[in-house]
Write a protein of this length. Structure first.
Length: 320
C-alpha cells in the first residue's frame, strides 16, 4: 500500500508499516496526516527496540495525534504501566490479539505477518539472499535488500541494491522512488531529479506521485541560486564533479555537462541585482524546456545517452 512508502524516511521496522496498514482499514473522520503518523510510528519502533520506553510513548502519542484511527494504541500501552510509569523495555505481545481481530476480512495474512514482524529483521534478512537466488529479476526483493541497509544508515549499500533493482525489473517503481528520496538527502541532487522523474514516468495519480512531484520541485529550487555570482548551480557535489569523464580528458563528464547547460538555460531568469530565491512552477517548466532544447541542439543527447532526458525530449517534440 502506498502508505508504507510515503514516509520522509524508510520505516525503521516492518512492524510500524503493519500498524499503518491496519490503520488504513478504519474510517476516520478527523483531520489526519498519514505522512507524519508514519514517520512517528517508525521513530516509536526505534525507541522500543532501543529500550527507551519514555521516548517510545511520546512518539506513539504523536503518531496517534496525526492519525487517530491508527491501531498503535496497544503498542503504546505496552510501554506503560497502569500508573502511567514507563516499563523498562516494551513488549509487542499485547497487540497481537487486537491486530488479528482488526485484520479479519482485510485479506492480510495476519499470522504470517505477525510471526515475521515479531521474529525481527534477522529472519527476514536471512531469507532475502535465497529469495533473490530464486527470483533474480524481482524488483521487490532488491528493494527489501536495500531497505535493510537504509534502516541501518548505510545509504551507499542501499542505493546499490535499489539501483540493481531498477536494472533487474525496470518497471518496478519503488526502487526509483527510494533512490530519489535517498539522493535528495545528499549533495548529489542530480540523481534525485533523474530517479524522481523516472518514478513519475512509471506511477501516476497516487499519493506517492504527489509526494514525488513536491520533492522534485523543492529539489530543483534547492539546487539553484540564480543571481548568486559565486555558486548559482548546485546539483552535484564537488567530488562528483571531480570524477574524470569516461569519454576522455577533452570531454566534460555528464554531471559537469548537465550543470553547465542548466546554467546556460537559466540565464533569462537571473535577476539583475539580486538572488532569485526560488522559481515558480511556470518558470521551472520554461527553464527545463530551454535546457532540453539547448542540450539536444548541442548534440549532448548523443554524447551522453540518458533515458530520462530522451523521454523529456520526445515529450517536448510532441508539444512543438
Amino acid at each position: 500500500m502506498s502508505l508504507l512508502i510515503r514516509s520522509n524516511r524508510m520505516q525503521r521496522s516492518l512492524l510500524a508499516a503493519f500498524v499503518l496498514i491496519l490503520g488504513c482499514a478504519v474510517p476516520v473522520f478527523s483531520q489526519r496526516d498519514p505522512l507524519k503518523a508514519d514517520e512517528e510510528a517508525g521513530k516509536a519502533i526505534e525507541y522500543m527496540d532501543a529500550n527507551l520506553p519514555e521516548n517510545a510513548i511520546e512518539a506513539w502519542d504523536r503518531a496517534l495525534k496525526f492519525m487517530p484511527g491508527l491501531y498503535a494504541l496497544p503498542l503504546r500501552e505496552s510501554c506503560e504501566l497502569g500508573d502511567g510509569q514507563a516499563l523498562s523495555g516494551c513488549s509487542y505481545d499485547p497487540a497481537t490479539d487486537l491486530y488479528r481481530h482488526v485484520a479479519q476480512g482485510t485479506g492480510l495474512s495476519v499470522d504470517g505477518e505477525l510471526s515475521r514482524l515479531y521474529a525481527g529483521h534477522c529472519l527476514v534478512q536471512s531469507r532475502l539472499p535465497c529469495g533473490l537466488a530464486a527470483y533474480p529479476r524481482s524488483g521487490r526483493l532488491h528493494f527489501e535488500m536495500g531497505q535493510q541497509y537504509y534502516v541501518a544508515y548505510d545509504r551507499a549499500r542501499a542505493n546499490v541494491w535499489w539501483l540493481k533493482g531498477t536494472q533487474a525489473e525496470p518497471t518496478f517503481p519503488t526502487n526509483y522512488y527510494w533512490l530519489a528520496r535517498s539522493y535528495s538527502e545528499t549533495r548529489d541532487l542530480i540523481w534525485a531529479v533523474f530517479y524522481g522523474e523516472a518514478f513519475l514516468n512509471l506511477e501516476r495519480t497516487t499519493p506517492r506521485t504527489r509526494d514525488m512531484s513536491r520533492l522534485l520541485y523543492e529539489t530543483w529550487n534547492r539546487s539553484m541560486k540564480l543571481g548568486d555570482s559565486n555558486d548559482p548551480i548546485n546539483f552535484c557535489s564537488d567530488s562528483l564533479l571531480d570524477v574524470p569523464s569516461p569519454l576522455g580528458a577533452q570531454q566534460m563528464s555528464f554531471p559537469v555537462a548537465f550543470e553547465y547547460n542548466i546554467a546556460l538555460a537559466a540565464q533569462p531568469f537571473i535577476p539583475k541585482d539580486s538572488i532569485l530565491p526560488r522559481l515558480s512552477i511556470e518558470k521551472l517548466i520554461d527553464l527545463r524546456y530551454k535546457f532540453m532544447r539547448a542540450w539536444s541542439q548541442a548534440g549532448y543527447d548523443k554524447t551522453y545517452p540518458n533515458d530520462i532526458l530522451s523521454w523529456n525530449k520526445r515529450l517536448q517534440e510532441q508539444g512543438d
